[in-house]
Design a protein around this ligand. Structure first.
Ligand code: UDP
Ligand code: MG
Length: 318
C-alpha cells in the first residue's frame, strides 16, 4: 500500500473540525480500493479555542491515521504547512484547509494523478463563492503585477490546496526554507511533471476567515519581494527621469531668463514630488533590508510544543 499524507493546518477551527475529520476520513477510506492508505498530519497553529483538545482527542482515538503537531504559538498558515511538509511520511502529500473549503472528494482524482506519474498537482478554483468583488479585483491586479515583474509564472486561481510527491517534498524541505516566502508559488515553480485539477471552492463549513485585508497586503508585498528585484530598480528610473526633467527645466529657464516665472509654486511642487519619489525608493530598499535581516537572524520557522503519533526520527533533516 502507498500512503497519502493529508496535511491540515488549523487555527481556531473548533466549530468545523470534527465534521472536516469525519467527511475527509470517509474519502480517505475509499482510497484503499486504489491501493492507497492515508494519514492526517494536523498542525495546531497555536489555537486559543478548543481546536487543540479536539485534535488531541482525534489523535488518541485514531492513532493509526492521525498525527498531530502543536505549535507553541501562532506562526501562520504557511509555517504550519511547512511543518506538515517536514513531518509527512507519505508517498504523496496533499495540503488542505480545515474548513472544508477544499472539497475532499477530489482526493481520489489526486491519487489518480499521482498514479499517472504527476509530481505536482495544483488545484485551481473555478468558482469562489466567498470572495467579494474587491477581493477579486485586488487579487487580479496582484497576479497581473507579479507575473509582469518576476521571471516566474503564478497561476491566478491556484490555492493553498495542492499535492506533491516525495521528490518534490524533499526539494521544498531542503532548499526553500526562506523566512519570507510563498510556498504555493514555489510549488508551481520547482518544475517536475505538473497537472492541474479544477474544483469549486465551497463556503466555509463554520467559523470565519482569518485573512484580513492587512494580512493579505503584507502577504502580497512579501510575495513580490520573494520573486522579484524589479522594485529595487525603481530608484534608477526615478533618478533618470527626474534628472531629465531637471535638464529640461534648466534649458527652459536659461532660454526665458528675462520673463521666468516667479517660481514659488514650481519650487514647492517639485520639491514635494521629488521627496515623495525619494522616500518611496528609500522605503522599498528598507523593505528588502528587512527581508535580509529576517534571513540573517535565522530564527525558526515554527516552534513545536508537542507532537502525537510522530516518529521523532522523521524530523526535518533526516
Ligand atoms: N490557518 C492557520 N493559521 C493562521 C490562519 C489560518 O493555520 O494563522 C489555517 C486555517 O485554520 C485554515 C487555513 O489556514 O485551515 C485557511 O485559513 P482561512 O480559511 O481562514 O483562509 P481563507 O480560506 O479564508 O483564505
Ligand atoms: Mg478557508
Amino acid at each position: 500500500m502507498k500512503l497519502l499524507s493529508i496535511v491540515v493546518s488549523a487555527y481556531n477551527e473548533e466549530a468545523g473540525l470534527n465534521e472536516f475529520y469525519s467527511v475527509t476520513k470517509g474519502y480517505g477510506e475509499r482510497l484503499r480500493e486504489k491501493g492507497w492508505n492515508y494519514e492526517f498530519v494536523f498542525v495546531n497553529d497555536g489555537s486559543q479555542d478548543m481546536t487543540g483538545d479536539i485534535l488531541k482527542g482525534l489523535s488518541q482515538d485514531d492513532p493509526e491515521h492521525v498525527k498531530l503537531i502543536s505549535f507553541s504559538r501562532n506562526f501562520g498558515h504557511e509555517a504550519a504547512m511547512i511543518a506538515g511538509l517536514d513531518y509527512a511520511s507519505g508517498d504523496g502529500i496533499v495540503f488542505m484547509d480545515a474548513d472544508l473549503q477544499h472539497p475532499p472528494e477530489h482526493l481520489e482524482k489526486i491519487v489518480d494523478a499521482f498514479e499517472s506519474g504527476f509530481n505536482v498537482i495544483s488545484m485551481v478554483r473555478t468558482k469562489n463563492e466567498t470572495a467579494g468583488i474587491i477581493k477579486k479585483i485586488t487579487s487580479g491586479g496582484f497576479y497581473w503585477f507579479i507575473n509582469k515583474v518576476s521571471d516566474i509564472y503564478l497561476e491566478p486561481n491556484a490555492s493553498d490546496f495542492f499535492a506533491i510527491t516525495r521528490v518534490v517534498q524533499n526539494v521544498l524541505k531542503k532548499n526553500y526554507r526562506e523566512k519570507v516566502r510563498f510556498l504555493r508559488g514555489y510549488v508551481q515553480n520547482v518544475g517536475f511533471r505538473k497537472t492541474t485539477i479544477e474544483y469549486e471552492a465551497a463556503p466555509r463549513v463554520a467559523g470565519s476567515s482569518h485573512y484580513s485585508i492587512k494580512k493579505l497586503f503584507t502577504f502580497a508585498m512579501n510575495t513580490i519581494m520573494c520573486f522579484s528585484n524589479v522594485p529595487l530598480k525603481l530608484g534608477i528610473f526615478a533618478g533618470l527621469s527626474s534628472g531629465f526633467l531637471g535638464l529640461i527645466l534648466l534649458i527652459y529657464t536659461l532660454c526665458t531668463h528675462d520673463k521666468a516665472p516667479s517660481g514659488y509654486a514650481t519650487i514647492v511642487v517639485l520639491l514635494c514630488f521629488m521627496f515623495g519619489v525619494l522616500f518611496i525608493v528609500v522605503g522599498i530598499i528598507g523593505e528588502y533590508i528587512a527581508v535580509l535581516f529576517e534571513e540573517l537572524k535565522d530564527r525558526p520557522l515554527y516552534i513545536i510544543e508537542d507532537m502525537e503519533n510522530i516518529d521523532i526520527n522523521s524530523e526535518y533533516g533526516e
